[in-house]
Ligand binder design. Structure first.
Ligand SMILES: [Ca+2]
Ligand SMILES: [Ca+2]
Length: 80
């Protein structure tokens, strides 16, 4: 009995905080949920360093179609 509850506690401890997942960040930024981030979604409400981030957006947009796919976004996160 005692052993069982101790095992459960140990399992819960293993679920510690993890690094923010790029996929999760992407999903949060994708306000309309179409699976693509447009410039507006990428920038969000924060207008700080807007020009710099706009340039970054264009760099991340590998195929130049004006939106970031999840793959493009994640590729950019890995480079950081
Ligand atoms: Ca979107
Ligand atoms: Ca693109």
């Amino acid at each position: 009995m005692v052993c069982l509850s101790a095992g459960i506690a140990a399992a819960q401890k293993g679920e510690a905080k993890r690094q923010p997942d790029p996929a999760q960040r992407f999903a949060r930024a994708d306000k309309n949920g179409d699976g693509q981030l447009n410039l507006e979604e990428f920038l969000g409400k924060n207008t700080k360093n807007k020009e710099q981030r706009e340039r970054r957006f264009k760099k991340l947009d590998g195929d130049g179609n004006g939106t970031l796919s999840k793959a493009e976004f994640e590729a950019g996160m890995k480079k950081q």
